[in-house]
Design a protein around this ligand. Structure first.
Ligand SMILES: [Zn+2]
Length: 68
């Protein structure tokens, strides 16, 4: 998977961020743990929103790059 240059500053500074989100049920018990991804730029504040799949956020990033 290839990330295009940043649509905001034009640098090849795209990075993939990753986090896990713990969900608790109504009793406060730990439920499923799910993952979130986003693409951000290490040279400027440009970033995508958090998504469930790295492919999706990469696509959003690349599509945005095309729009500019
Ligand atoms: Zn940037």
């Amino acid at each position: 998977m290839e990330l295009k240059p940043c649509p905001f500053c034009g640098r090849k500074s795209a990075r993939i961020a990753y986090k896990t989100v713990d969900r608790t049920d109504s009793n406060g018990k730990l439920g499923t743990r799910s993952e979130r991804y986003k693409i951000y730029c290490s040279s400027c504040p440009g970033q995508t929103s958090w998504g469930f799949y790295v492919e999706d956020v990469a696509e959003a990033w690349n599509r945005r790059a095309n729009d500019v």
